[in-house]
Design a protein around this ligand. Structure first.
Ligand code: SAM
Length: 231
C-alpha cells in the first residue's frame, strides 16, 4: 500500500490545478470527463441539497466543492495526503465539506449505510478489483442511494493487469459498459446505466460514465415482515 500511496503522491505532484473559472464563468463545476468544459453536469446524480455525498479519490476536491455549493453534505477521501492539503487550502472555507486521507476500501468498510451518493471520477473504482469493491460501495450507501463513476473506456488493445502510465505501481480494471452493468447487477445494484460519452470535436477518446442505485425497498420489506406476522 505504501508503494501505491507514493505513486499517487507522484501523480499529485505533477497535476496542474483546476482553473479558477470555467468557460461559462463559474467558480465551481462538476466535470465527469477528461476534457475541459465537456460532458454532463451534476444532473447525472439528481438533486443533492441535504444529501450526504462521498467522493472517493477526490483529488484536490474541485468536483465535490461544487456539490457543497449546491447544499450537499460532502466528504472527500483520497489516499494521497498532499491532495487533502490542496483540497483544504482551496475549498476549506465552504460549509458542508470535509476532506480526509484514507484508502477507499478501508473507509467504505468503516462507514456502512452512511451516504446517499457515492462518486468516483477517474477514482478508485478504476483502480480496485470490482468484485470486492462494489459490495463495499453498496454497503456504504443508504436505500435508494446513487453510485456514479467515470473514467476512460477500455482500450481496444488492453491487456489484463495493464499498468497506468501515470502511476506504475497501480493496476487498473478496464471494463466495457456491458461488463460494468453486469458487475453492478451481480453486486445487487439496480437502475444501471453505463455509456460512453462522445469526446469533444478533435479528440478521439470518449469517457465511460456509469450510474446505478441501491434498492429502495429495504424498509418496505421490514414493514411487510411485521404485517405478515399479524402485528
Ligand atoms: C486520476 S485522479 C482523479 C482525481 C479527481 N477525482 C479528479 O477528477 O480530478 C485519482 C485519484 O484517486 C486517488 N486514489 C487512487 N486510489 C485510491 C484509493 N484506493 N483510495 C483512495 N484514493 C485513491 C488518487 O490519489 C487520485 O487523487
Amino acid at each position: 500500500m505504501e508503494a501505491v500511496t507514493a505513486a499517487w503522491e507522484r501523480y499529485a505532484a505533477g497535476r496542474t490545478p483546476r482553473r479558477t473559472r470555467n468557460a461559462a464563468g463559474a467558480a465551481t463545476w462538476l466535470n465527469w470527463t477528461q476534457y475541459a468544459d465537456h460532458g454532463p453536469d451534476e444532473s447525472v446524480i439528481g438533486g443533492v441539497e441535504g444529501r450526504r455525498v462521498l467522493e472517493i479519490g477526490c483529488g484536490s476536491g474541485c468536483n465535490l466543492a461544487h456539490l457543497a455549493t449546491l447544499g450537499a453534505q460532502c466528504v472527500g477521501i483520497d489516499i494521497a495526503p498532499s491532495q487533502r492539503e490542496k483540497a483544504e487550502k482551496r475549498w476549506g472555507h465552504l460549509p458542508g465539506l470535509s476532506f480526509r486521507t484514507a484508502e477507499a476500501r478501508d473507509f467504505l468498510a468503516a462507514h456502512p449505510d452512511s451516504f446517499d451518493v457515492v462518486l468516483s471520477i477517474f477514482g478508485p473504482v478504476w483502480f480496485t478489483d470490482p468484485t470486492t469493491f462494489l459490495p463495499l460501495v453498496r454497503r456504504s450507501l443508504t436505500a435508494g442511494g446513487v453510485f456514479a463513476f467515470s473514467h476512460k473506456p477500455p482500450q481496444t488493445d488492453r491487456r489484463p493487469g495493464e499498468r497506468l502510465r501515470e502511476a506504475r505501481a497501480v493496476a487498473r480494471w478496464d471494463h466495457s459498459p456491458h461488463e460494468w452493468a453486469s458487475l453492478l447487477a451481480g453486486a445487487c445494484f439496480t437502475n444501471i446505466t453505463a455509456t460512453v460519452i462522445d469526446p469533444p470535436k478533435g479528440a478521439c477518446e470518449g469517457t465511460l460514465l456509469v450510474r446505478a442505485e441501491t434498492e429502495r425497498h429495504r424498509l418496505v420489506e421490514a414493514v411487510g415482515t411485521n404485517e405478515s406476522s399479524g402485528r
